[in-house]
Design a protein around this ligand. Structure first.
Ligand code: ATR
Length: 273
């Protein structure tokens, strides 16, 4: 039976084993998927131990996504763009390929699950850290009319515009601070870590309009402060649970070559939150 795992620290909370077990049952794939608590100073050794034990691939979560990027012997284009790795593929030749399925997961959740196309739309991305960087390329691939990256530290958002500007059409990609956000947006994505501390990024209410979609990458039993704020200004809201399920589906397809259905798994996880 092929072996997979998720590396993280902490890892007890991870829903990935449950998600991948459901995908394996649904697609008739024979595999095991476990949680692996890697020591904070021992990620590389943990990966090597898992490979030695016959591991075929792994997911990587906080705080090891940057280390996984360094450890990989080859990187997919989307992992290079993200600067971080959440999916590893171990080759029989000893190769370690680093991929990143987070951005694809977000975009699939917006376009397919929420039914909101990004093509020709005005998109606002809040935050410019690791989570934001990982989704810029997949969003641009859908050809939005505008992608505005707003961040507390404007220079970090500006650096993303410099990194990705050549891949966007003229004038499509821009950076600003929260107070400079102008106009309304069709899709607003909160990629800041503010929700972790129940903070609201200071985004103006005028960014939200009825018909807009506001998505927070965080999830929990209750809506985040960002989702409550967006809903109070007429936007439809979504948390990050769909992104979690879709990034896992994308990783499953990378490893097994089959695409699982996600709707039922998402509903089951939602019921347990
Ligand atoms: P992650 O991997 O979750 O993206 P990160 O790389 O540390 O974590 O990035 C955190 C992001 O959340 C940054 O964009 C950060 O803004 P700064 O670049 O100005 O630090 C943003 N952030 C964190 N707390 C925030 C808050 N209370 N309000 C607004 N933005 C916040």
């Amino acid at each position: 039976m092929d072996k997979y795992c998720v590396f993280g620290n902490p890892i007890a909370h991870s829903k990935s084993p449950e998600i991948h077990a459901a995908y394996a049952a649904q697609t008739g794939q024979s595999l095991s998927y476990e949680k692996w608590l890697a020591p904070l100073d021992g990620f590389g050794a943990a990966v090597q131990a898992f490979i030695a034990a016959g591991g075929k691939g792994a997911n990587v979560t906080v705080p090891f996504k940057l280390e996984a990027h360094k450890l990989a012997t080859a990187l997919t284009l989307r992992a290079q763009a993200a600067g971080a790795v959440n999916t590893l593929v171990f080759g029989a030749d000893g190769s370690i390929t680093g991929d990143n399925t987070d951005g694809a997961g977000l975009v699939t959740d917006i376009v397919q699950n929420a039914g909101v196309p990004l093509a020709g739309k005005r998109v606002l991305l809040l935050g410019a850290g690791g989570a934001a960087r990982g989704v810029v390329l997949p969003i641009l691939e859908h050809r939005p009319a505008a992608l505005v990256i707003a961040n507390r530290t404007v220079a970090t958002a500006q650096a993303l515009v410099e990194q990705f500007g050549a891949l966007a059409g003229p004038g499509v990609l821009s950076a600003c601070g929260f107070t400079d956000i102008a106009g309304a947006f069709d899709v607003i994505i909160n990629a800041t870590s503010a929700s972790l501390s129940s903070d609201l990024p200071p985004v103006p209410a005028s960014a939200f309009v009825p018909g807009a979609l506001a998505l927070d990458m965080m999830y929990g039993a209750k809506p985040t402060v960002f989702m409550e704020f967006a809903a109070s200004h007429g936007a439809a809201v979504r948390d990050g649970l769909g992104m979690l399920v879709e990034q896992a589906a994308e990783a499953f397809e990378v490893w097994r070559g089959v695409r699982p259905q996600t709707a039922e798994v998402l509903a089951q996880l939602r019921a347990k939150l």
